[in-house]
Design a protein around this ligand. Structure first.
Ligand SMILES: C[S@@+](CC[C@H](N)C(=O)[O-])C[C@H]1O[C@@H](n2cnc3c(N)ncnc32)[C@H](O)[C@@H]1O
Length: 235
């Protein structure tokens, strides 16, 4: 039954790609508009991997940050508080509106913008740090090249990206090697020639960091570095 549903959904996406993308944006908007929208991944502050990447110097100490699929912009705000120039984008108008309200007390709040990362490139700036915590993994596979193209266009030379994706779900135990390999395989393929990864670490994407088995959302973090673009030869 679930195979049939999957097949139908693929067929619809193939036949009507822009309508389906519009519909997905609408679904997020409907969720974010609700005053009681509180999914397990919400309200969790910054992730330990982001703190670690900053403290070890893996992330540059200053520069421009892009938070992709920012939700309420909690990660973006964390960087803003540390004097980074931060842009945060989300497909949902309501998420952006709520995020702006939430962080307006900051002396330099992040710039929150409504943008579909598969459809348009973020503001024309070169970002040294990119964070995607939970956006890419729910974008349909056929839209991923558009996502990667738009991100690559604004990723500065040697930019660093932390990508959080869901993993070890639907019966696969945390740490399962085959599942880990599957996730590594699709991410490597998606970013081939654009980003390379030097590390993959296990994580939890829920607000209790996996401590409550009922709400645990296991995942992986990819530590990606931009591959410098090859200069075009003059003809
Ligand atoms: C799982 S939530 C994660 C939110 C936030 N990064 C966090 O960690 O709390 C995924 C977010 O991606 C946004 N999103 C989904 N598709 C998008 C797209 N094509 N372009 C930009 N944002 C998108 C959703 O509106 C949602 O806020």
């Amino acid at each position: 039954m679930s195979h049939l549903r999957d097949l139908c959904s693929r067929l619809l996406r193939f036949l009507f790609p822009s309508a389906m993308q519009h519909l997905r944006g609408l679904c997020w908007e409907v969720s974010w508009r609700r005053s009681n929208f509180a999914p397990k991944w919400s309200n969790r502050g910054v992730s330990p991997e982001i703190v670690e990447a900053m403290e070890t110097g893996w992330l540059p100490a200053h520069g421009a940050v892009l938070d992709i699929g920012c939700g309420l912009g909690e990660v973006a705000a964390w960087f803003s508080e540390r004097a980074y120039t931060t842009v945060a984008i989300d497909i949902s108008k309501s998420a952006v509106r709520k995020g702006r309200m939430k962080h307006k007390h900051l002396s330099s709040p992040p710039e929150l913008i409504v943008l579909d990362i598969c459809a348009a490139r973020p503001p024309d700036r070169q970002y040294g740090i990119l964070i995607d915590r939970g956006c890419l993994h729910q974008i349909p596979r056929e839209e991923i090249p558009n996502y990667v193209r738009n991100v690559a266009q604004v990723a500065g030379p040697s930019a660093r990206m932390l990508l959080f994706v869901k993993a070890f779900r639907n019966g696969q135990p945390f740490g399962d090697l085959a599942e880990r390999q599957r996730q590594i395989s699709w991410v490597s393929k998606a970013f081939a020639g654009v980003f390379t990864f030097e590390r993959v670490s296990e994580t939890y994407l829920d607000r209790h960091q996996g401590r409550d088995p009922d709400t645990a959302l296991p995942g992986l973090v990819f530590w990606l570095t931009r591959i410098p673009a090859v200069p075009q030869l003059q003809k």
